[in-house]
Design a protein around this ligand. Structure first.
Ligand code: MLT
Length: 352
C-alpha cells in the first residue's frame, strides 16, 4: 500500500515537532513556562479539586481545519458547555499530520483544564500509523472527559466524477486506480482510515490528495479538483442533500435517517468498508479530578441541549448516552478501538 508512504516520514515528523513547538509557545503564553504533562493518565486525574475552576476563558483545540466536521461538532457543543461552566470557550484550529500535531500540543499543555482537545477515532489509529514517531501516548498522556458523538461516514464523489452508484464506483476506481484522485485529511484522519478500507476492499493502491481537514477537501471536491472522498456525515449531509456531490454509500451498518436514500456499504456487498467515527474530549494527564469532573458534567449537560440534539440529528450524528460521556466510558472506547484498528492497520501495510 503506497498511498501515504509517498510522504516523506522524516519531513513530516520534523514538521510536526516544529509546528507543535510554535503552537505551544502561542497557546501557553510563551512556551518556556509550560510544563510537561507528566501525569498519571492511566490512573485517572491528578488529584485535587477544582477550586475556582474555571475563572477564565477555556480553549478547545480542534485538530483539523475550520469548517470541517470536527470543527462543526466542537463549535456546536462549545456554546452550551461554556454556559454550563460559566465561562467562554474559544475554539482554536491546530491543523497538521492527521490531527497528531494538535494532540501532541495538548498533551504538553498545562494540566489545568484551560486547554481541551476535541479528537476523534484518529486517537486510536495514530499509534499504529505513526509508531515511535508519535509524540504522545493516547492512553497515558491524557485524562478523558467523555465521548461526545457517534458519526457515520459516507463515500461521495464529485458531481462530474463518472460513477453514479457504489457498483459503478467500485468498477471505475478499480479500472482507473492509477489516475483517480481521492482526498483525505492526512495520515490518521478518519477519511484516511476509510480510504485504507476502500483500498483493501478493492485491492488497489491509490494516491490521495492530503488536506489539513475535510472542510477544504470538500471545497475542492465541489470544485472538481479531486474525484472522491470518504467523510463524516457532519460534513457531507448538506452537499448530498443539495445534489452537489454524488453519494455512493454510508459506512455504518444502518442507513442514516437524514440520508435515507443512500445505501450502506454492507447492502452494496462491502461490509469490510465499515467505520463509525466517535469524538471525545481530552485534557493533559495530571489535570485535577475536580476539573475533569466539571468538564464532564458540562459535556453531559451540553449533550442534552435540544439545539445540539436536533443539529446533530440533521447531520446524521448522535450525541452519546450519559454513561459514555464519562472518563470511564471514553477510556474504554479508546482502548477497544486501539485494539480493533491496530491489527487492521498493520495488516494493510500502512502501519509505521
Ligand atoms: C477526518 O477526515 O478525520 C475529518 O474529516 C477531519 C476534519 O474534521 O476535517
Amino acid at each position: 500500500m503506497t498511498l501515504d508512504r509517498s510522504l516523506d516520514r522524516r519531513a513530516r515528523l520534523g514538521t510536526v515537532l516544529a509546528v507543535t513547538a510554535l503552537v505551544l509557545a502561542a497557546c501557553t503564553g510563551g512556551g518556556a513556562g509550560s510544563s510537561g504533562a507528566g501525569g498519571d493518565g492511566a490512573d485517572g486525574g491528578g488529584g485535587g479539586d477544582a477550586a475556582g475552576y474555571p475563572d477564565r476563558e477555556i480553549t478547545f483545540v480542534v485538530p483539523f481545519s475550520e469548517g470541517g466536521p470536527t470543527d462543526t461538532v466542537t463549535r456546536l457543543i462549545a456554546g452550551p458547555m461554556g454556559e454550563a461552566l460559566g465561562q467562554q470557550i474559544v475554539v482554536q484550529n491546530v491543523e497538521g499530520a492527521g490531527g497528531t500535531v494538535a494532540a501532541g500540543q495538548v498533551a504538553q499543555a498545562e494540566a489545568d483544564g484551560y486547554t481541551v482537545l476535541m479528537h476523534h477515532i484518529g486517537m486510536s489509529t495514530a499509534p499504529a500509523l505513526y509508531g515511535e514517531d508519535l509524540a504522545y501516548d493516547p492512553l497515558e498522556d491524557f485524562e478523558m472527559i467523555g465521548l461526545v458523538t457517534e458519526v457515520p461516514m459516507t463515500i461521495i464523489g464529485a458531481s462530474d466524477f463518472e460513477p453514479n452508484t457504489m457498483e459503478e464506483f467500485v468498477q471505475y476506481v478499480t479500472d482507473n486506480a492509477d489516475t483517480v484522485t481521492p482526498a483525505h485529511a492526512g495520515v490518521g484522519a478518519a477519511s484516511h482510515l476509510c480510504g485504507l478500507l476502500i483500498q483493501d476492499a478493492l485491492g488497489v493502491e491509490l494516491t490521495f490528495a492530503p488536506y489539513e481537514g475535510t472542510g477544504p477537501a470538500m471545497d475542492d471536491l465541489l470544485g472538481g479538483q479531486v474525484d472522491f472522498m470518504c467523510d463524516q456525515t457532519t460534513n457531507t449531509t448538506s452537499p448530498i442533500q443539495a445534489g452537489s456531490v454524488k453519494p455512493y454509500a454510508v459506512t455504518t451498518p444502518e442507513r442514516v435517517e437524514s440520508l435515507s436514500d443512500v445505501p450502506t456499504t454492507e447492502e452494496e456487498g462491502y461490509p469490510e468498508i465499515q467505520v463509525g467515527v466517535w469524538h471525545g474530549l481530552y485534557v493533559p494527564a495530571g489535570t485535577p479530578d475536580g476539573v475533569v469532573q466539571a468538564l464532564t458534567e458540562a459535556l453531559q449537560q451540553a449533550l442534552t441541549d435540544q439545539n445540539v440534539i436536533d443539529t446533530l440529528a440533521g447531520l446524521g450524528a448522535t450525541p452519546v448516552s450519559e454513561d459514555q460521556a464519562t472518563p470511564d466510558g471514553h477510556r474504554q472506547r479508546l482502548q477497544e478501538q486501539i485494539d480493533l484498528w491496530t491489527p487492521i492497520i498493520e495488516e494493510s501495510g500502512a502501519g509505521a
